[in-house]
Design a protein around this ligand. Structure first.
Ligand code: ZN
Length: 239
């Protein structure tokens, strides 16, 4: 991304096939200028500035239609984990190292500095960090709920999953989606109850639901809320 005259950030893609200068808006609302090969790049800033109104209109239309990716920036500037009441402001440092630094490192909220070479690299670093956060917070929480219910599991695995919040295997492994951090605490607890009840009934029989109800009386509403929350996982956090 570079800064155009007119203040609209854009990037340039040189194309062998294009015959004229074009502007395209990506699904993330970014402006991409298609420059025919051989045409001098110095014509671009003025071209972008001249199409300022068209760019604004097209972006507004995308936002209104709102496939979620269009409304969401590719990389977040703020990350909230309602599950644990944490909130991070995110800054990016381009081209100097690779990694994620928490400032201050002790409070579990604050400022996150992402060091990366490219947007794709930054997203990978953030995803790795999300996985570490998931293991750090969800693992002891599951253990606490298991203790409260008097139930046992063999091991826990915190993973990146697109469409399920958790699962329980016949070997006693509870798999948890690291994106549970984006949910409200009562939903996370209910998911834990659901998976732990599978340590008694390895199915969704009436006996299983009766057991779930004992620990999570409002389970019907919570199950529906979990289903509805799947599409709310931020785009950057999806594997
Ligand atoms: Zn289940």
């Amino acid at each position: 991304m570079v800064d155009a005259s007119g203040g609209i950030p854009y990037r340039v893609r040189v194309s062998r096939r294009a015959r004229r200068l074009q502007i395209q808006i990506t699904v993330h609302g970014e402006v991409e200028v298609v420059l025919p090969q051989g045409m001098p790049a110095c014509v671009v800033p003025e071209f972008v500035a001249r199409h300022r109104d068209w760019i604004a209109r097209t972006r507004a239309r995308q936002m209104a239609a709102c496939p979620r990716q269009a409304c969401e920036p590719a990389l977040p500037h703020e990350i909230r984990f309602p599950a644990i009441g944490a909130r991070w402001q995110v800054q990016y440092r381009w081209g100097c190292g690779s990694g994620v630094e928490e400032r201050p490192a002790t409070t579990g909220s604050g400022e996150l500095v992402v060091f990366a070479g490219t947007e794709a690299d930054a997203r990978r670093r953030l995803q790795d960090w999300l996985g570490r956060q998931g293991r750090r917070h969800l693992t002891p929480w599951l253990q606490a709920v298991a203790g409260e219910l008097g139930m046992h599991y063999h091991r826990v695995s915190v993973r990146a999953q697109r469409s399920r919040w958790g699962s329980y295997s016949a070997r006693g492994t509870v798999s948890l989606n690291r994106a549970l951090l984006f949910l409200e605490p009562d939903l996370v607890r209910h998911l834990f109850v659901h998976e732990l009840c599978h340590s008694v009934h390895l199915n969704h029989s009436p006996q299983f639901w009766a057991l779930v109800r004992r620990f999570s009386p409002d389970y019907r509403r919570l199950e529906q809320a979990l289903d509805r929350a799947v599409p709310t996982i931020p785009h950057w956090a999806l594997p």
